[in-house]
Design a protein around this ligand. Structure first.
Ligand SMILES: *Cc1c(COP(=O)(O)O)cnc(C)c1O
Length: 351
Protein backbone atom coordinates (compact mmCIF):
# COMPACT_ATOMS: atom_id res chain seq x y z
CA UNK A 1 0.00 0.00 0.00
CA UNK A 2 1.44 3.39 -0.89
CA UNK A 3 1.31 6.09 1.75
CA UNK A 4 -1.14 8.87 0.98
CA UNK A 5 0.55 12.20 0.25
CA UNK A 6 -0.83 14.35 3.03
CA UNK A 7 -0.83 18.07 2.51
CA UNK A 8 1.57 19.67 4.97
CA UNK A 9 1.74 23.27 6.14
CA UNK A 10 3.73 25.34 3.60
CA UNK A 11 5.72 27.29 6.19
CA UNK A 12 6.95 24.02 7.74
CA UNK A 13 9.15 23.19 4.74
CA UNK A 14 11.78 25.57 6.18
CA UNK A 15 11.68 23.99 9.64
CA UNK A 16 14.27 21.48 10.70
CA UNK A 17 13.85 19.14 13.65
CA UNK A 18 15.98 20.44 16.53
CA UNK A 19 19.12 18.48 17.17
CA UNK A 20 22.00 19.15 19.53
CA UNK A 21 25.44 18.68 18.10
CA UNK A 22 27.02 17.00 21.08
CA UNK A 23 27.00 13.23 21.25
CA UNK A 24 28.62 11.28 24.06
CA UNK A 25 31.28 13.33 25.80
CA UNK A 26 33.00 13.52 29.17
CA UNK A 27 32.58 17.24 29.80
CA UNK A 28 29.51 18.83 28.25
CA UNK A 29 29.96 22.61 28.03
CA UNK A 30 27.50 22.98 25.15
CA UNK A 31 24.10 23.96 26.52
CA UNK A 32 24.41 26.63 29.27
CA UNK A 33 22.79 24.44 31.94
CA UNK A 34 23.91 24.48 35.59
CA UNK A 35 27.19 22.58 35.85
CA UNK A 36 27.25 22.87 39.65
CA UNK A 37 24.49 20.25 39.91
CA UNK A 38 20.82 20.11 40.93
CA UNK A 39 19.25 22.33 43.64
CA UNK A 40 19.36 20.20 46.82
CA UNK A 41 15.90 20.85 48.31
CA UNK A 42 14.23 20.29 44.92
CA UNK A 43 16.14 17.05 44.53
CA UNK A 44 15.00 15.88 48.00
CA UNK A 45 11.35 16.53 47.21
CA UNK A 46 11.60 14.61 43.92
CA UNK A 47 13.03 11.61 45.81
CA UNK A 48 10.12 11.67 48.27
CA UNK A 49 7.43 12.62 45.83
CA UNK A 50 3.87 11.57 46.72
CA UNK A 51 2.06 9.24 44.32
CA UNK A 52 -0.67 11.81 43.78
CA UNK A 53 1.79 14.10 41.98
CA UNK A 54 2.05 11.37 39.35
CA UNK A 55 -1.41 9.79 39.11
CA UNK A 56 -3.48 12.98 39.21
CA UNK A 57 -3.46 15.94 36.80
CA UNK A 58 -1.41 18.87 38.06
CA UNK A 59 -3.03 22.29 38.59
CA UNK A 60 -4.17 23.44 35.12
CA UNK A 61 -2.23 26.72 35.24
CA UNK A 62 0.32 25.88 37.96
CA UNK A 63 -1.20 28.16 40.62
CA UNK A 64 1.15 27.23 43.48
CA UNK A 65 4.21 27.67 41.35
CA UNK A 66 2.92 30.96 39.98
CA UNK A 67 2.52 32.31 43.50
CA UNK A 68 6.21 31.59 44.24
CA UNK A 69 7.37 32.93 40.88
CA UNK A 70 5.38 36.10 41.51
CA UNK A 71 7.12 36.54 44.88
CA UNK A 72 10.51 35.88 43.27
CA UNK A 73 9.88 38.35 40.43
CA UNK A 74 8.21 40.98 42.64
CA UNK A 75 4.85 41.01 40.80
CA UNK A 76 1.36 39.65 41.45
CA UNK A 77 0.53 36.10 40.35
CA UNK A 78 -1.96 37.21 37.68
CA UNK A 79 1.11 38.71 35.96
CA UNK A 80 2.76 35.28 35.59
CA UNK A 81 2.22 32.58 32.98
CA UNK A 82 4.20 29.34 33.27
CA UNK A 83 5.09 26.93 30.50
CA UNK A 84 6.89 23.74 29.51
CA UNK A 85 10.15 25.69 29.51
CA UNK A 86 10.23 29.36 28.55
CA UNK A 87 10.24 28.01 24.98
CA UNK A 88 6.56 27.19 25.48
CA UNK A 89 5.81 30.70 26.77
CA UNK A 90 7.58 32.36 23.81
CA UNK A 91 5.84 30.06 21.33
CA UNK A 92 2.40 30.65 22.88
CA UNK A 93 2.93 34.43 23.07
CA UNK A 94 3.80 34.61 19.37
CA UNK A 95 0.54 32.98 18.32
CA UNK A 96 -1.48 34.94 20.88
CA UNK A 97 -0.34 38.31 19.54
CA UNK A 98 -0.03 37.89 15.76
CA UNK A 99 -2.00 36.50 12.85
CA UNK A 100 -0.39 34.03 10.39
CA UNK A 101 1.36 35.97 7.62
CA UNK A 102 2.47 38.81 9.90
CA UNK A 103 6.11 39.51 10.76
CA UNK A 104 8.27 38.77 13.77
CA UNK A 105 11.49 40.81 14.06
CA UNK A 106 14.33 39.38 16.14
CA UNK A 107 17.82 40.56 16.93
CA UNK A 108 20.45 38.57 15.08
CA UNK A 109 22.42 36.70 16.33
CA UNK A 110 20.17 35.42 19.07
CA UNK A 111 18.28 32.39 20.36
CA UNK A 112 18.06 29.95 17.44
CA UNK A 113 14.53 28.78 18.28
CA UNK A 114 12.90 32.16 17.62
CA UNK A 115 12.71 32.00 13.80
CA UNK A 116 11.48 28.42 14.21
CA UNK A 117 8.69 29.45 16.60
CA UNK A 118 7.77 32.25 14.18
CA UNK A 119 7.38 29.76 11.31
CA UNK A 120 5.58 27.19 13.45
CA UNK A 121 2.97 29.87 14.11
CA UNK A 122 2.78 30.99 10.47
CA UNK A 123 4.74 34.22 10.98
CA UNK A 124 7.56 35.54 8.82
CA UNK A 125 10.81 35.81 10.83
CA UNK A 126 13.02 38.81 10.06
CA UNK A 127 16.50 38.86 11.61
CA UNK A 128 17.82 42.36 12.31
CA UNK A 129 21.61 42.50 12.88
CA UNK A 130 22.88 43.82 16.20
CA UNK A 131 24.98 47.00 16.05
CA UNK A 132 28.78 46.94 16.30
CA UNK A 133 28.45 47.34 20.08
CA UNK A 134 26.01 44.37 20.21
CA UNK A 135 23.04 46.61 20.97
CA UNK A 136 19.71 46.19 19.20
CA UNK A 137 19.15 48.40 16.16
CA UNK A 138 15.94 50.13 17.26
CA UNK A 139 15.32 51.97 13.98
CA UNK A 140 15.80 48.88 11.82
CA UNK A 141 13.66 46.71 14.08
CA UNK A 142 10.79 49.19 14.11
CA UNK A 143 11.08 49.70 10.34
CA UNK A 144 10.15 46.04 9.76
CA UNK A 145 6.60 46.80 10.88
CA UNK A 146 6.65 43.55 12.86
CA UNK A 147 3.70 42.49 15.01
CA UNK A 148 6.03 40.81 17.48
CA UNK A 149 9.56 41.94 18.37
CA UNK A 150 11.99 39.62 20.15
CA UNK A 151 14.87 40.96 22.26
CA UNK A 152 17.25 38.94 24.43
CA UNK A 153 19.41 40.34 27.26
CA UNK A 154 21.83 38.90 28.24
CA UNK A 155 21.81 37.53 24.73
CA UNK A 156 22.39 33.93 23.76
CA UNK A 157 24.85 33.20 22.13
CA UNK A 158 26.82 36.47 22.46
CA UNK A 159 26.45 36.93 26.24
CA UNK A 160 26.16 40.68 25.69
CA UNK A 161 23.44 42.96 27.11
CA UNK A 162 21.22 45.49 25.37
CA UNK A 163 21.12 49.09 26.60
CA UNK A 164 18.00 50.20 28.39
CA UNK A 165 17.64 53.31 26.23
CA UNK A 166 17.45 51.21 23.06
CA UNK A 167 14.90 48.85 24.56
CA UNK A 168 12.76 51.79 25.70
CA UNK A 169 12.89 53.25 22.19
CA UNK A 170 11.68 49.94 20.76
CA UNK A 171 8.93 49.58 23.34
CA UNK A 172 7.73 53.14 22.71
CA UNK A 173 7.75 52.79 18.92
CA UNK A 174 6.47 49.21 18.59
CA UNK A 175 3.13 48.36 17.07
CA UNK A 176 2.65 45.03 18.86
CA UNK A 177 4.13 42.78 21.52
CA UNK A 178 7.77 43.19 22.60
CA UNK A 179 9.23 40.02 24.12
CA UNK A 180 12.32 40.42 26.28
CA UNK A 181 14.03 37.09 26.93
CA UNK A 182 15.79 37.10 30.32
CA UNK A 183 16.81 33.44 30.47
CA UNK A 184 20.15 34.59 31.98
CA UNK A 185 18.88 37.44 34.19
CA UNK A 186 20.30 35.97 37.41
CA UNK A 187 23.83 36.14 36.00
CA UNK A 188 23.40 39.76 34.88
CA UNK A 189 22.04 40.91 38.24
CA UNK A 190 19.58 43.17 36.46
CA UNK A 191 16.11 42.93 34.99
CA UNK A 192 13.78 44.86 32.73
CA UNK A 193 10.63 43.60 34.46
CA UNK A 194 9.51 47.15 35.28
CA UNK A 195 8.92 47.66 31.52
CA UNK A 196 5.90 45.34 31.65
CA UNK A 197 4.00 48.38 32.99
CA UNK A 198 4.08 49.68 29.39
CA UNK A 199 1.36 47.13 28.58
CA UNK A 200 3.19 45.76 25.52
CA UNK A 201 6.12 43.91 27.09
CA UNK A 202 6.43 40.23 28.00
CA UNK A 203 9.56 39.30 29.96
CA UNK A 204 10.38 35.58 29.81
CA UNK A 205 12.57 33.66 32.22
CA UNK A 206 13.40 30.05 32.99
CA UNK A 207 14.41 27.67 35.77
CA UNK A 208 16.62 25.83 33.24
CA UNK A 209 19.78 27.87 33.67
CA UNK A 210 20.72 29.42 37.05
CA UNK A 211 18.24 27.20 38.94
CA UNK A 212 19.61 23.98 37.42
CA UNK A 213 16.24 22.42 36.48
CA UNK A 214 16.43 22.18 32.67
CA UNK A 215 15.19 18.58 32.70
CA UNK A 216 11.97 19.56 34.49
CA UNK A 217 10.99 22.04 31.75
CA UNK A 218 9.74 25.04 33.74
CA UNK A 219 9.73 28.56 32.32
CA UNK A 220 7.58 31.63 32.87
CA UNK A 221 6.51 34.92 31.42
CA UNK A 222 5.80 38.22 33.19
CA UNK A 223 3.38 40.77 31.75
CA UNK A 224 0.24 42.71 32.52
CA UNK A 225 -2.73 40.53 33.55
CA UNK A 226 -4.29 41.28 30.11
CA UNK A 227 -1.24 40.00 28.22
CA UNK A 228 -0.90 36.99 30.51
CA UNK A 229 -4.57 36.01 30.02
CA UNK A 230 -4.12 35.95 26.22
CA UNK A 231 -0.96 33.84 26.41
CA UNK A 232 -2.71 31.43 28.74
CA UNK A 233 -5.41 30.91 26.07
CA UNK A 234 -2.79 30.16 23.42
CA UNK A 235 -0.83 27.87 25.74
CA UNK A 236 -3.64 25.67 27.09
CA UNK A 237 -3.82 23.93 30.48
CA UNK A 238 -1.48 21.39 32.16
CA UNK A 239 1.82 22.38 30.52
CA UNK A 240 3.91 22.12 33.69
CA UNK A 241 3.93 18.54 35.01
CA UNK A 242 3.04 17.86 38.66
CA UNK A 243 6.54 16.71 39.66
CA UNK A 244 8.07 19.73 37.93
CA UNK A 245 5.69 22.15 39.61
CA UNK A 246 6.41 20.74 43.04
CA UNK A 247 10.19 20.69 42.63
CA UNK A 248 10.30 24.15 41.06
CA UNK A 249 8.15 25.60 43.85
CA UNK A 250 10.51 24.11 46.46
CA UNK A 251 13.59 25.35 44.56
CA UNK A 252 12.21 28.90 44.55
CA UNK A 253 11.54 28.83 48.28
CA UNK A 254 14.48 26.78 49.63
CA UNK A 255 17.27 26.75 47.02
CA UNK A 256 17.67 30.45 46.30
CA UNK A 257 20.90 30.76 48.31
CA UNK A 258 22.29 27.68 46.53
CA UNK A 259 21.37 29.26 43.21
CA UNK A 260 22.97 32.65 43.98
CA UNK A 261 26.08 30.91 45.28
CA UNK A 262 26.33 29.10 41.93
CA UNK A 263 25.86 32.39 40.09
CA UNK A 264 28.75 33.96 42.04
CA UNK A 265 31.04 30.99 41.37
CA UNK A 266 30.06 31.04 37.69
CA UNK A 267 30.93 34.73 37.34
CA UNK A 268 34.31 34.22 39.05
CA UNK A 269 35.17 31.32 36.74
CA UNK A 270 33.86 33.13 33.67
CA UNK A 271 36.25 36.04 34.23
CA UNK A 272 39.09 33.67 35.04
CA UNK A 273 38.47 31.71 31.85
CA UNK A 274 38.29 34.92 29.79
CA UNK A 275 41.73 35.87 31.14
CA UNK A 276 43.15 32.42 30.38
CA UNK A 277 41.78 32.69 26.84
CA UNK A 278 43.34 36.14 26.30
CA UNK A 279 46.72 34.65 27.27
CA UNK A 280 46.17 32.17 24.44
CA UNK A 281 45.23 34.86 21.91
CA UNK A 282 41.44 34.36 22.04
CA UNK A 283 39.27 37.38 22.82
CA UNK A 284 35.83 36.35 24.07
CA UNK A 285 32.89 38.73 23.91
CA UNK A 286 32.04 40.59 27.14
CA UNK A 287 29.56 38.23 28.83
CA UNK A 288 26.88 38.89 31.44
CA UNK A 289 25.70 35.27 31.31
CA UNK A 290 26.98 31.79 32.28
CA UNK A 291 28.89 31.24 29.06
CA UNK A 292 31.55 32.82 26.88
CA UNK A 293 31.37 33.25 23.12
CA UNK A 294 34.82 32.98 21.62
CA UNK A 295 35.42 33.94 17.98
CA UNK A 296 37.66 31.39 16.22
CA UNK A 297 38.85 30.96 12.64
CA UNK A 298 37.12 27.65 11.97
CA UNK A 299 34.54 26.57 14.55
CA UNK A 300 34.06 23.15 12.97
CA UNK A 301 37.73 22.34 13.27
CA UNK A 302 38.03 23.61 16.85
CA UNK A 303 34.88 21.86 18.09
CA UNK A 304 35.83 18.56 16.42
CA UNK A 305 39.24 18.72 17.99
CA UNK A 306 37.71 19.44 21.44
CA UNK A 307 35.18 16.64 20.93
CA UNK A 308 37.97 14.17 20.27
CA UNK A 309 39.29 15.11 23.73
CA UNK A 310 35.83 14.47 25.23
CA UNK A 311 34.80 18.14 25.51
CA UNK A 312 31.53 19.34 23.97
CA UNK A 313 31.08 23.04 23.17
CA UNK A 314 28.55 24.67 20.87
CA UNK A 315 29.91 25.73 17.49
CA UNK A 316 28.39 28.64 15.56
CA UNK A 317 29.39 29.11 11.92
CA UNK A 318 29.32 32.59 10.39
CA UNK A 319 27.38 34.42 13.13
CA UNK A 320 26.19 37.87 12.06
CA UNK A 321 28.76 40.49 13.15
CA UNK A 322 31.00 37.83 14.77
CA UNK A 323 31.95 35.15 12.24
CA UNK A 324 32.78 31.63 13.42
CA UNK A 325 32.70 31.14 17.19
CA UNK A 326 32.42 28.55 19.94
CA UNK A 327 30.25 28.95 23.03
CA UNK A 328 31.50 27.52 26.31
CA UNK A 329 29.26 27.02 29.35
CA UNK A 330 30.98 28.05 32.58
CA UNK A 331 31.23 25.47 35.35
CA UNK A 332 33.53 24.26 38.16
CA UNK A 333 37.18 25.09 37.46
CA UNK A 334 38.32 21.48 36.87
CA UNK A 335 35.94 21.38 33.88
CA UNK A 336 37.32 24.67 32.60
CA UNK A 337 40.83 23.28 32.97
CA UNK A 338 39.91 20.21 30.96
CA UNK A 339 38.63 22.53 28.25
CA UNK A 340 41.79 24.66 28.29
CA UNK A 341 44.02 21.58 28.15
CA UNK A 342 42.06 20.27 25.15
CA UNK A 343 42.25 23.69 23.49
CA UNK A 344 46.02 23.83 24.03
CA UNK A 345 46.39 20.33 22.59
CA UNK A 346 44.39 21.33 19.49
CA UNK A 347 46.59 24.41 19.09
CA UNK A 348 49.67 22.24 19.20
CA UNK A 349 48.13 20.02 16.55
CA UNK A 350 47.54 23.03 14.32
CA UNK A 351 51.03 24.47 14.85
C1 LIG B 1 17.98 28.27 27.28
C2 LIG B 1 17.22 29.41 26.72
C3 LIG B 1 15.83 29.46 26.72
C4 LIG B 1 14.94 28.29 26.95
O1 LIG B 1 14.90 27.73 28.09
P1 LIG B 1 13.78 26.69 28.52
O2 LIG B 1 14.57 25.52 28.95
O3 LIG B 1 12.84 26.41 27.39
O4 LIG B 1 13.11 27.42 29.62
C5 LIG B 1 15.18 30.59 26.25
N1 LIG B 1 15.89 31.63 25.80
C6 LIG B 1 17.22 31.62 25.75
C7 LIG B 1 17.92 32.81 25.23
C8 LIG B 1 17.93 30.53 26.20
O5 LIG B 1 19.26 30.51 26.10
Amino acid sequence: MTAPSLRTRDAYREIQIYSTQSGACEVDLSDNTNLWGAPPAALRVIRQIAGSAITRYPLPYAGDLRAELARYAGVSSDMIVTGCGSDDVLDSAIRAFAEPGEKLAYQNPSFSMIPVFARVNGLIPIGVPLTDSFDADAGAMLATGARVIYLCSPNNPTGTVLTRGTIEKIVTGADGLVMIDEAYAEFAGMTLVDLVASGRVLVTRTLSKAFGLAGLRVGYGIGTPEIIAEIRKARGPYKVGGVSELAATIALTQDKEWMFDGVRKTITNRERLATELIQRGFKSLPSSANFLLVPVNDCGKVSRSLASAGIAVRAFAGLSGVGDAIRITIGPWPMMERFLDALDASGRLRA
